[in-house]
Design a protein. Structure first.
Length: 338
């Protein structure tokens, strides 16, 4: 065992940057020094305890969106890498069917085992992906949320030329707009909550940005809900055209309920999809797209904090003033690694 400094969520509303034991002797694992860790709403749910208890094991080191430099001896030593967070067992029926996001032995870095907001992390070597020369850790830390969005888009199987509405204006919503360009939509409208997000939305490829569902009179072929509130789920269903697909990406907290008019769902022949995390295949595809610069989501990073100011980073993530894209923590700063 070795000890490392880590941002540990001990239990609900208890978080500390402290020393944490790390088993550095696990077979088929590599040690990595994370350089950039992105934070997201799910991290806030982990801290507040709003996350579904079936998907978390306290105490846990925070951090599931990250990139880092390999420290273990071997062919990967010194490489800047990203790591799949879902750890498939490869034996269960879901894994064998390629649906590794639904592995029956749910294990995920930053949820059921320690995450990357630490000086060192140990991860299974088969989940490690090397970033291409010139690809920065800032771009790399967006592989994980991009894979989540990509998985949902694949499941929605958008045909070309669709009119798409995205409900929400946070990073998942903005990433959805950015990645939709891969599917050649006719237009991408967004209904967010805050006018300050308009420029980020435009950079992400949004055609029309609104701050209230009342401003949106059209109905859409594909509606993506990425705000994670019961009201936004209701908006998403209301704005779907007959025969449309509604894809739900946002988590609303494990105790909240949305109220839907079931007759509208039936009469409008809607397809309502949920999408959980990403498969190993989707993660690999995003690494390929990022390494070849076909997607370049780093424009989303608006706030950078040293790990020692984790409290400031979390406060920024919770606040509602000004434009806010991805909030990141920087660790072990190595020249050239960012
Ligand atoms: Zn996340
Ligand atoms: Zn499995």
């Amino acid at each position: 065992m070795i000890s490392t400094m880590a941002l540990v969520v001990e239990a609900q509303d208890q978080i500390a940057w402290r020393s944490r034991e790390l088993d550095d002797s696990l077979v088929d694992e590599v040690l990595i020094a994370p350089t950039v860790v992105g934070l997201c709403g799910t991290d806030l749910e982990i801290i507040s305890g709003l996350i579904d208890p079936g998907y978390i094991r306290y105490p846990v080191v925070l951090g599931h969106e990250w990139a880092g430099v390999v420290k273990s001896d071997g062919p990967l030593l010194g490489k800047l890498v990203v790591v799949e967070g879902i750890i498939p067992c490869w034996h269960c029926a879901m894994c064998r069917a390629g649906r590794t996001n639904l592995c029956e032995v749910y294990q995920e870095i930053g949820f059921t085992r320690d995450g990357a907001a630490a000086q060192l992390i140990s991860v299974p070597s088969q989940l490690v992906h090397v970033l291409a020369p010139g690809v920065t850790a800032l771009r790399g830390c967006l592989v994980e949320p991009s894979a989540v969005v990509y998985q949902a888009l694949l499941k929605s199987s958008p045909a070309p030329n669709l009119k798409v509405l995205i409900v929400g204006d946070g990073t998942i919503a903005l990433l959805a707009a950015h990645l939709l360009s891969l599917f050649s939509p006719n237009s991408i409208d967004m209904v967010g909550r805050r006018a300050a997000q308009a420029n980020l939305a435009e950079s992400a490829g949004v055609t029309n940005f609104h701050t209230s569902p009342d401003e949106v009179s059209a109905v859409y072929d594909l509606v993506i809900e990425a705000a994670g509130s019961p009201e936004s789920v209701e908006t998403a269903v209301r704005k779907a055209k007959r025969g449309a697909t509604v894809t739900l990406l946002g988590l609303t907290g494990n105790s909240s309920r949305a109220s839907l008019v079931v007759d509208d769902i039936v009469n409008n022949d809607l397809e309502i999809l949920g999408s959980f995390s990403y498969t190993s295949k989707s993660f690999s595809k995003i690494v390929e797209l990022i390494n070849s610069s076909q997607i370049a989501p780093e424009f989303l990073i608006t706030h950078r904090f040293p790990i020692t100011d984790w409290a400031g980073a979390l406060a920024t993530l919770s606040q509602s003033a000004g434009a806010r894209g991805k909030v990141i923590l920087e660790l072990n700063q190595i020249p050239g690694a960012l």
